[in-house]
Design a protein around this ligand. Structure first.
Ligand code: MGD
Ligand code: MGD
Ligand code: MO
Length: 766
């Protein structure tokens, strides 16, 4: 008997699972409907991936023997003791109870940021929040590492990022109507492999190629010229990192002084232009050239070209993952308003063609299934990237979006579905703060660096070991992610782990809401989504039919093919949710906060570290740490696909040949990348598609400190967060600023320490 293929969904794509005669899954194939499938997931069944699975509940030796807080400075250095499930669950439940009774729920951090896996029911971040809410709540996080600055800024001036992302003009319309596409930060196809919840049809390559074929002209403003591939010509303006706001303001300056702006649009659809315009005084192309490195003559001619033709301006998210990262976003919106083409086909702005597959989709908008998280009675929160600050400074106040708040005093950290030793900046600082909580619990699938730094690690199943539903915003298909094999080791679904804890804590009924198992939950969530979608004009088959078929197509039309067209048509009838209902070039609200680092309009404020800073005398290279092409963040770093990209076992760092030569570095050499915060090893990769003075070390190599006992150990594997800076983008957003970072590089001639990131931790008996 031949076993039929089933489907599985990952954030990076859908795969077909092939089985042998005995029903064992043997191989993953790209989804046959996908025009540009991603290779990231092809090895998910491999032995190399399985080798690092967490197989049994494991507890740090001192914690098990001496209790909470014992030798907390030895986290990551001590062996783990494997224990039976019941014992582990009793310990976690008992500790939650102790902390709650002694310190209250606001001593429990469940902010637990992270991408988890695709699959809407077993979404680990939602699962942990739902469980903790059943038990009286937890300290949560606001915003994301992705969009810290933009998520706070954009609702004040246009709309929420979620709204904007889901309303981008489709690729087909751009190809037909746009004449000039100017993008800041490229349209990296490597990033568009991803869509949260499961990319099904990858359309960015097709979209860009079609635009080029139909004669759209491309200008790419970026320090890394390889981040836009349309199959043909692209004009590359190699800007200094973190200076885009200055260039955009100079473009505005030209439009203003040469009266090339659209007064009628500004009057009808925006507020605050007349307050903003005088601040352009002096922000000439010559002024911007000194900051950005882009010739004044080109800035001036570009502004004229933009005003003369149908133009879309687009921006990558990395630009706001920087100090004062609000400014390039605000400046882009301001520029687009002055051009007056917002709401016209092929004109206006995009806030992320490229970062994920969603933007530019021509598929209908409808709701997918989501796990209800319940309500959280605890009011304390942190802006997501202030995690280390919270641990280091309980009781201290911080500014955020117009109000002042206090950091709570955290005793218990509960994490499921994230890797803080991947995502956080300045990991050496995090390691100091990490000593503070009494107990750190992780649910993990793999022995990641963060799992190794925990007290209690509970083994979680992977998507291929459980039934689930794949759904991503504006993807045309829902995927029945069928369980393909039994869980490895003793791993369990996050939901089952939480339910077993809920039983011990007397909140099992709240937790299950009467649903008897995961499948029952899924049917319920799916049917809810089906009804909501019907209201949006999108039809889905009933759950049983969907599950039987293994896939469902969401049938409905794209009702808004042009971003903000309805608003443009009639701003009074279709107002935005901003205070004025219009786009706010000047925001009275933000101005009223009185923040020196984010005034009431777009401006240029020097970042703390950039190529024009004093620090650049000592650390003359701007390090970008972009998203990795070969994986999603740190996930599957140990898979053959990711490992094949490493050089001498390390993450490659891209340098300009001149910068390499000046340092006696040749392609393939091991190098030490360093600044005052830390140092890591990487391997040199040379490219003339990167601006001189800029280097790129993609994220994702598992953090691997050489001497876990020291404060600033040499990181051996090439993790950029050994070097990045951990301060907020501004008082407004407190967003993550990973892209603001200066370093120096030298050839590393010493004996190369072995990379140990992909080894299992040490285990001990009792
Ligand atoms: N320097 C620098 N740092 C950055 C960035 C940058 O540009 N530069 N980017 C930032 C951005 S935008 C982001 S979004 C973050 C991403 O940071 P994270 O989202 O934390 O990174 P991931 O590697 O995706 O971590 C997900 C973890 O969840 C685990 N996991 C997956 N599925 C499950 C599950 O079902 N159950 C459980 N229990 N666990 C599961 C995976 O094994 C993995 O360890 O990184 C940020 N960090
Ligand atoms: N393969 C893969 N795709 C991913 C992810 C992944 O981990 N792997 N992560 C996903 C997630 S969570 C997110 S948030 C998005 C992030 O999407 P982005 O933030 O847009 O992605 P990055 O790769 O950090 O940067 C994109 C480009 O911006 C350029 N850039 C950096 N700094 C500057 C600057 O100051 N000015 C200009 N003009 N350009 C600059 C970089 O050189 C890079 O080529 O990606 C998503 N897509
Ligand atoms: Mo992100």
């Amino acid at each position: 008997m031949t076993h039929q293929r089933t489907l599985t969904a990952a954030h990076w794509g859908v795969y077909e699972v092939e089985y042998d005669e005995a029903g064992k899954p043997t191989k993953l194939h790209p989804f046959s409907k996908d025009p540009d499938p991603s290779p990231i997931g092809l090895h998910m069944l491999s032995d190399e991936v399985a080798r690092l699975r967490v197989l049994r509940p494991a507890i740090r030796k001192s914690w098990l023997e001496k209790g909470p807080g014992a030798n907390s400075d030895k986290r990551g250095q001590e062996p783990f003791v494997e224990v039976p499930w019941d014992e582990a669950l009793d310990l976690v439940a008992g500790e939650l109870k102790r902390v709650r009774e002694t310190h209250g729920n606001s001593a429990i951090f469940g902010g637990s940021y992270g991408w988890s896996s695709a699959g809407r029911f077993h979404h680990a971040q939602s699962q942990v929040k739902r469980f903790l809410n059943c038990y009286g709540g937890f300290v949560r996080h606001m915003d994301s590492y992705s969009l810290g600055a933009a998520r706070v800024l954009m609702p004040h001036i246009v709309a929420t990022m979620e709204e904007l992302m889901a309303m981008h003009t489709r690729w087909e319309t751009l190809a037909e109507h746009c004449k000039l596409f100017v993008t800041f930060g490229g349209v990296p196809r490597k990033n568009a492999q991803i869509n949260a919840g499961g990319a099904t049809l990858h359309h960015v390559k097709g979209g860009l190629f079609k635009m080029r074929e139909q004669g759209v002209r491309f200008v790419n403003v970026t320090p890394t010229g390889d981040d836009l591939d349309n199959g043909g010509d692209v004009e590359w303006l190699a800007i200094r990192p973190n200076t885009d706001a200055a260039m955009m303001l100079a473009l505005c300056h030209v439009l203003w002084t040469e009266k090339l702006y659209d007064r009628a649009f500004l009057d009808r659809c925006t507020v605050g232009f007349d307050k903003f315009a005088p601040t352009l005084e002096g922000k000439t192309p010559e002024w911007a050239e000194k900051i950005t490195g882009i010739p004044a003559s080109r800035i001036r001619s570009l502004a004229r070209e933009m005003a003369a033709t149908r133009t879309t301006v687009s921006i990558g998210w990395s630009l706001q993952r920087s100090h004062h990262g609000e400014q390039p976003f605000w400046a882009l919106i301001t520029l687009a308003c002055m051009l007056g083409q917002i709401g016209l086909p092929g004109g206006g702005f995009g806030v992320g063609y490229g970062p994920v597959n969603l933007m530019g989709s021509n598929h209908a908008r409808y709701s997918g299934p989501t796990l209800p998280q319940g309500t959280n009675p605890v009011k304390d929160f942190i802006p997501v990237a202030r995690f280390t600050d919270m641990l280091l400074h309980p009781g201290q106040s911080f500014d955020y979006n117009g109000a002042r708040h206090k950091y709570p005093d955290i005793r218990f950290v509960y994490w499921a579905g994230g890797n803080p030793y991947h995502h956080h900046q300045d990991l050496n600082r995090l390691r100091q703060a990490w000593r503070k909580p009494e107990t750190i619990v992780f649910h993990e699938q793999f022995w990641t660096p963060a799992a190794k730094m925990a007290d209690i690690v509970l083994p979680a199943t992977v998507s291929l070991e459980r039934d689930d539903i794949g759904y991503g915003t504006r993807e045309p298909y829902l995927i029945a992610m069928k369980k393909a094999r039994a869980p490895l080791g003793e791993s369990r679904d996050d939901y089952d782990i939480f339910h077993a804890l809920a039983q011990r804590l007397g909140v099992a009924d709240q937790h299950s809401e009467g649903h008897k198992d995961a499948k029952d939950w899924m049917a319920h969530l799916y049917e809810e989504a089906r009804q909501k979608s019907a209201k949006a004009g999108v039809t889905l088959p009933a759950f049983d039919a969907f599950w039987e078929a293994g896939i469902a197509e969401a049938k409905g039309e794209n009702r808004d093919p042009v971003m903000l067209a309805k608003f443009r048509e009639d701003p009074a009838k279709n107002p935005l949710k901003t205070p004025s209902g219009k786009i706010e070039i000047f925001s009275e609200k933000i101005a009223s906060f009185g923040y020196d680092d984010c005034p009431g309009h777009a401006t240029w404020i020097e970042p703390i570290e950039w190529l024009g800073a004093k620090t650049a005398e000592r650390y003359p290279l701007h390090m970008l740490s972009d998203q990795p092409a070969d994986k999603l963040h740190s996930q599957l770093d140990h898979s053959p696909h990711s490992r094949a990209t490493k050089i001498k076992g390390r993450q490659p760092i891209t340098l300009h040949p001149d910068d390499a030569t000046a340092r006696g570095i040749a392609a393939g050499d091991l190098v030490r990348v360093f600044n005052d915060r830390g140092a890591c090893l990487a391997a040199a990769r040379l490219s003339d598609r990167i601006r001189r003075g800029v280097v790129r070390l993609s994220t994702g190599a598992w953090f691997d400190p050489a001497d876990a006992g020291s404060n600033r150990p040499l990181e051996k594997h090439g993790n950029p967060n050994a070097l990045t800076l951990d301060i907020g983008a501004s008082k407004l957003s407190q967003g993550c600023i990973a892209q603001t970072c200066l370093v120096e590089i030298e050839r590393y001639d010493g004996p190369a320490p072995v990379v140990t990131a992909h080894q299992l931790p040490a285990f001990a008996g009792r």
